[in-house]
Design a protein around this ligand. Structure first.
Ligand code: SF4
Ligand code: SF4
Ligand code: SF4
Length: 294
């Protein structure tokens, strides 16, 4: 890396947090809002049409939903599938939960990407630009939801994750998974509208929903919001994230990057702390690299 590129990269790291705050402020000023998706897990029937639609839309592995018995074990998103549906046995019966990138308002993956390959669009989706990506995988370590996955078997690995069908949104379409859901379990829209609908459902049916909208506050707020009939820790969600945006945790060592010549020690320290924290939680939840049995 030449001197000019080095300083450009270092400057990018230090400016990322500022940029994210500015883009939110600019959106608010223009009356624009980030978009997102409301997932009502009480409506999901576990058909996995969303998985198929996503894979068809983005040329990924298309699961054989009739024969693969995938609901019998817990799965994680992978470098082959941006989204998966898991089944949880709960006191209120089987609950099906779709999982994908949460499109955090202030995304840790974006904050950790030194070259803006992972970036938050002004509309809200967090997307990835392969032409800029260095392959450092900091985004993978930083994500509190363990979403970005690298193509380990490729000679030129891509970072794979849901991008909220950003290209489709620009064509005026809904995300492919939302369009495919036959049960009205997924709703696309602006966050304010989705929050109003979610609150209305929770307040109108207190016996049907727990009094929480997952994603309203978690990790500073996310683009995907969830409703549930049972406490979220019973259906695979992390409930230890707090309300602080994750980039706040990395800020200290991100701003130190220019001071310590590309900041490798500081970055590694920060990454190690994040990684340790995530591993502790994953172990306590029973997740493994290949998923965990219920
Ligand atoms: S869920 Fe992870 S990958 Fe998705 S925006 Fe948040 S930090 Fe980034
Ligand atoms: S691997 Fe992730 S953090 Fe590293 S450059 Fe690529 S998108 Fe950015
Ligand atoms: S929003 Fe698009 S990329 Fe994301 S899970 Fe749905 S279909 Fe897949």
């Amino acid at each position: 890396m030449d001197r000019r590129r080095f300083f450009a990269t270092a400057g990018t790291a230090a400016g990322t947090l500022l940029h994210m705050k500015k883009s939110e402020a600019a959106n608010a000023k223009e009356g624009k809002e980030f978009v997102g998706v409301l997932v009502d897990t009480t409506r999901c029937i576990g058909c996995r049409a969303c998985e198929v639609a996503c894979s068809v839309a983005w040329n990924n592995f298309v699961p054989d939903v009739k024969n693969d018995n995938a609901l019998d074990h817990r799965r994680d998103t992978s470098d082959k599938q941006y989204t998966v549906v898991n089944r949880f046995k709960t006191e209120k019966g089987d609950v099906f939960v779709k999982r994908q990138c949460m499109h955090c308002w202030q995304a840790a993956c974006v904050a950790m990407c030194l070259v803006n390959a992972m970036y938050k669009t002004k509309e809200g989706p967090v997307t990835w630009n392969g032409e800029k990506c260095l392959g450092c995988r900091f985004c993978m370590v930083a994500c509190p939801f363990d979403i970005p996955k690298a193509e380990y078997l490729s000679w030129n690995p891509r970072i794979m994750k849901c991008h909220m069908c950003y290209e489709r949104l620009q064509e005026g379409k809904k995300p492919a998974c939302v369009e495919a859901c036959p049960a009205d379990a997924l709703m696309f829209g602006q966050k304010r509208e989705l929050m109003e609908i979610a609150r209305h459902r929770v307040y109108s049916h207190p016996d049907k929903y727990v009094h929480q909208i997952y994603g309203e506050q978690e990790a500073g707020g996310t683009g995907w919001l969830y409703l549930s009939a049972v406490p979220f820790d019973q259906i695979g969600f992390r409930t230890d994230l707090g309300t602080t945006p994750y980039p706040e945790y990395t800020k200290q060592f991100l701003v130190s990057v220019p001071l310590v010549l590309f900041g490798v020690p500081a970055l590694l320290l920060g990454l190690s702390e994040l990684s340790d924290r995530k591993n502790e939680v994953r172990e306590s939840e029973g997740w493994t690299e290949t998923g965990a049995d219920e």
